[in-house]
Design a protein around this ligand. Structure first.
Ligand SMILES: [Zn+2]
Length: 80
């Protein structure tokens, strides 16, 4: 009777252990995806075609294949 109870406890303990490990691994994967996505955004820098200022690509204004730090510089570059 005691042995059966021990085996049952071991099986339950193993199930908890493997489920927790799988859950932690999936959390780690999600965290890695977030981190890599964020660092990609930071690394993508473009320089303003008018003044040469470096700005993140998602904040820069794009016109005719060129990047600008502000709409004012875009207008100035187009009018000159
Ligand atoms: Zn500029």
């Amino acid at each position: 009777m005691g042995l059966v109870r021990l085996v049952v406890i071991l099986i339950i303990a193993w199930l908890i252990y493997s489920t927790t490990r799988r859950w932690l691994a999936s959390l780690d994967q999600k965290w890695d995806q977030k981190k890599s996505g964020r660092s990609e955004k930071i690394e993508t820098m473009v320089s303003c075609a008018y003044c040469g200022l470096h700005v993140p690509q998602n904040e820069a204004l794009q016109a005719q294949g060129k990047y600008y730090c502000s709409s004012e510089h875009q207008k100035r570059a187009e009018s000159s």
